[in-house]
Design a protein around this ligand. Sequence first.
Ligand code: CU
Length: 471
Amino acid sequence: MKQKLLILTALMLHSAFAAASETPDAPLKGEEVAVLTDAPLVPPPITRDHPTKVKVDLEVTEVVKRMADGVDYTFWTFGGSVPGKFIRVRQNDEVDFTLKNHPTSKMPHNIDLHAVTGPGGGAKATFTAPGHQTNFTFKALNPGLYVYHCATAPVGMHIANGMYGLILVEPIGGLPKVDKEFYVFQSEFYTTGKYGEAGLQGFSMEKALQEIPDYVVFNGSVGSTSGENSIKATKGETVRLFVGNGGPNLVSSFHVIGEIFDRVYTEGGTKYQENVQTTLVPAGGSAICEFKLETDGDYILVDHSIFRAFNKGALAILNVSGPGDLAVFSGQKSDTVYLPEGGALQTIPQDTRAEPAAKNKEERIAAGKAIYAANCAACHMPEGNGVPKAFPPLAKSDFLNADVDRAINTVIHGLEGKVMVSGETYDSVMPTLGLNDEAVANVLTFVYSQWENNGTEVTPEQVAKIRAAKK
Ligand SMILES: [Cu+2]
């Protein structure tokens, strides 16, 4: 009886806390210096079971860096690169924040962290002239993934020049464990020159006002996260992307080509949605995307407002090493002739202009070469080696070399059904090409003269005879 009462009281207490939407937490204890990382890296998960005092030191510098190959830009940065350093704290931590503005800076700067509860997100408290440093503290009350940015006037210009980053406030108890975490941040740039125009580019206020950027990029530049710098994982691993969007203007339709997000903490909040293809990331907002890698390959991160991806730079690569799972994804299994009208042989109409007749074998081969390129190479390939399982090779083809009449017949009438060529079975359709006797003679003479075939010369008279004999 006494025990029952105790349980009841405990339950009531718990629900009272829940109603106030506050989770009981251990008291603040100790002090530590935050680990800060550049994209695509993320500081390690927080394992503390209590809040602490966390010191964050962020230095603003104005630096010339690469925007694209041959294109430079003067970026204003939180920590030397774009996006700014990733900051990771725990809910209820007391963050002791110092903003330093390097003496070589031309502008004053400050910081508005969306994780801050308090005026300006810290903007006024951190207004810092070149060669100064400022300090303030805040309590990380709400868990979530938050954008931070400079909010010094003209605000748009400071953001447009690269002043943004992410701060993660881990909930009490932490985030579920995953194998790999990455920092991916989208933003756009408005340059005086057009996309790709070489040299040091200035900021275009006019384009920024019209919201027509020249560059839309992940992690600060075109190609920042592809090729050798692709983010990497292994089949079977779980991945978490901390995605931010600095704008200054555009909303991102964030998508990973060839993957489905198992979970998305939309807008960087506490609740997650499942099985999402594309998630909206607002300017000044975020999303946490999680997925398991069921097979290998390259997965392309894009803003699915697709011209931004393929024409303005919003493209990054997640490279997943194998072995792949063929049951999940087979790759292309075949590429065969598609005949909507069924199995009947098709006729490809030809232009009927008469070519001058070839006077000898050399002329026949020369004429046949052009006919081959125009009529045969698409299927049998320019070097005559065919396509496995779809188009048989003409190079070293025993089928071809064994029987000239049969080869002539094939080119006149097409070919259908199972054939065995150099040990491989093909069961497909070659269409009727509508070539005249001269053209058939020339193309076959060319084919026989190439790729270690037996050198037979085929004449128009032979072709005429076969044609007259019917199939
Ligand atoms: Cu600034």
